[in-house]
Design a protein around this ligand. Structure first.
Ligand SMILES: [Zn+2]
Length: 186
């Protein structure tokens, strides 16, 4: 059966909230979302960034050399808490200080590396962009209670998992709001 969570294109953020312009930042250039690779210690951050729509590759079983090679080969920003690894990645290195997810997101936001959630969301498990799933199609793929109480469903075309807005989504929203992001911005 599916997995509770998700970000929903229709409730979400189709624009960059004004609050997300980095402090002191004057640029009004459209934000081209960066692509990331997360090092083996940052799996939770990787999942959250995917839920926000960012393209994040992550594998827990690869070493620093491989992560670095992958970042360079694909031009991905390398997210790490390892100072040495960040230095070795040069301009692609993004050193995070905090061990806490919310603080890590804040660090990225304050530096303008991310500017809030994107219009689409990705499967937190495999990084594929989710697509809408009709309610009828979701019927036999989610628990009856979920079918009765939810009206938006999404599917990962790669791993076939089904998602719907749930407590994870509420957590994501609460985190956005704590960071000063809100879909209610004018
Ligand atoms: Zn998937």
């Amino acid at each position: 059966m599916g997995i509770e969570f998700v970000t929903v294109r229709r409730i979400v953020f189709t624009r960059v909230p004004a609050l997300m312009i980095p402090e002191g930042g004057k640029s009004t250039k459209p934000h081209v979302p960066p692509r990331f690779v997360a090092d083996a210690m940052l799996g939770r951050l990787a999942k959250w960034l995917r839920m926000m729509g960012y393209d994040v590759t992550f594998r827990a079983d690869v070493d620093d050399v491989e992560v670095l090679r992958h970042a360079r080969a694909e031009g991905r920003l390398l997210l790490t808490r390892d100072r040495l690894l960040a230095r070795r990645a040069g301009s692609l290195g993004v050193l995070l200080v905090s061990q806490r997810l919310e603080e890590q997101l804040r660090e990225l936001a304050e530096r303008g590396v991310i500017q809030g959630p994107l219009a689409t969301t990705r499967c937190p498990l495999c990084n594929t962009v989710l697509v809408a799933l009709s309610r009828a199609a979701a019927r036999d793929r989610v628990p009856p209670y979920v079918y009765q109480t939810q009206d938006a469903f999404y599917e990962c075309p790669e791993c076939q998992r089904v998602y719907w807005p749930g407590t994870h989504w509420q957590n994501v929203q609460a985190t956005w709001q704590a960071l000063g992001w809100s879909e209610d911005e004018p």
